[in-house]
Design a protein around this ligand. Structure first.
Ligand SMILES: Cc1cc2nc3c(=O)[nH]c(=O)nc-3n(C[C@H](O)[C@H](O)[C@H](O)COP(=O)(O)O)c2cc1C
Length: 223
C-alpha cells in the first residue's frame, strides 16, 4: 500500500515498501518537475524524448548488451537496485552498507562521466538516487539519471524509486524521487538524508528485499 506523506511511524520517510510491482508508462524525462508533472500516454511512448540530446528521437537501446552488475547477487537472485552517486559518494556508501548482494540483489551503478559506457539494465530494479538542483526542483534530476531513464528498455524495468537529499533544501528535499515516481508511474518508496542512518539502511535493505520477494509470490500465485 502506498503511504505517501505518512506521518505516523517514520514521518515522510516510509513510502511504499510493501507495494507490489506496479506498471509504468514510458515518458520523457525531459523538463520533468515535481510541480508540473507531464504524463505521456502509452500510445505516445515510442516518441519519448532523449534528454541527453534535447531531441524527440527515441533512444534506441533495443539491441545492446546488458551491463554487468557492480555487485553481483549471491545465492538466490531476487532482484536489483540501480543507483547514482556523484563524486561526494554519499549514496554509494549508503548502498555499500545495505549489503544488497548478500540479500540476492544485483547492484548497478549509473556512470558518472559521459565517456563511460552507458548502463543497460534488463531486469526489474528499484532506483536509488540523490537529489540535485540546489533547491530548484526543475533541476533536481541530474543529466546522468535522465539519460539512463530515457533509455526505453532501462525505463521499462523500473519498479520503484528511493531518493536522498539534504533537508536544508526544504521543499526540494528529495525532489528527484517525486519527479521519477510521477514520470515513471512507480511508487516513491522511501527517502533519507545524506549518508542515511543505520535505521535507514535496515529499512531500505529489508524493504527492497521484501518488495521483490512479495513480487515473486504474487507472480507464483498467478501462474
Ligand atoms: C550542488 C548540490 C545541490 C543539491 N541540491 C539538493 C536539492 O535540491 N535537494 C536535496 O534534497 N538535496 C540536495 N543536495 C544534497 C544531495 O542530494 C546530497 O548531498 C546527497 O547525499 C548527495 O549524494 P551523492 O554524494 O551520492 O551524490 C544537493 C547537493 C549539492 C552538492
Amino acid at each position: 500500500m502506498i503511504q505517501k506523506n505518512d506521518e505516523t511511524d517514520h514521518g515522510e520517510k516510509t513510502r511504499a515498501m510493501n507495494e507490489t510491482i506496479g506498471t509504468n508508462t514510458d515518458v520523457s524525462m525531459e523538463s520533468a518537475t515535481a510541480s508540473q508533472p507531464t504524463s505521456v500516454p502509452a500510445s505516445q511512448s515510442s516518441q519519448a524524448g532523449n534528454a541527453s540530446t534535447g531531441t524527440q528521437e527515441p533512444f534506441d537501446d533495443e539491441c545492446v548488451t546488458p551491463s554487468e552488475p557492480e555487485g553481483k547477487a549471491q545465492g538466490k537472485h531476487i532482484g536489483a537496485v540501480v543507483y547514482f552517486s556523484s563524486i561526494s559518494n554519499n549514496t554509494a556508501r549508503f548502498i555499500e552498507s545495505c549489503g544488497f548482494p548478500e540479500e540476492g540483489i544485483n547492484v548497478y551503478r549509473i556512470p558518472l562521466r559521459p565517456k563511460e559506457a552507458p548502463l543497460q539494465v534488463r531486469e526489474p530494479y528499484i532506483l536509488i538516487v540523490p537529489t540535485y538542483g540546489g533547491g530548484d526542483i526543475s533541476k533536481a534530476l541530474l543529466p546522468q539519471i535522465r539519460k539512463f531513464l530515457n533509455g526505453h528498455k532501462n525505463r521499462s524495468f523500473i519498479r520503484g524509486v528511493i531518493s536522498s537529499g539534504n533537508r536544508n533544501f526544504a521543499t526540494a528535499f528529495c525532489a528527484a524521487g517525486d519527479i521519477i515516481a510521477e514520470k515513471c508511474h512507480v511508487p516513491f518508496m522511501y527517502n533519507f538524508e545524506l549518508l542515511g542512518t543505520a535505521d535507514d539502511q535496515c529499512q531500505v535493505r529489508d524493504g527492497v528485499r521484501n518488495f521483490f520477494l512479495n513480487a515473486q509470490s504474487s507472480q507464483a500465485e498467478h501462474r
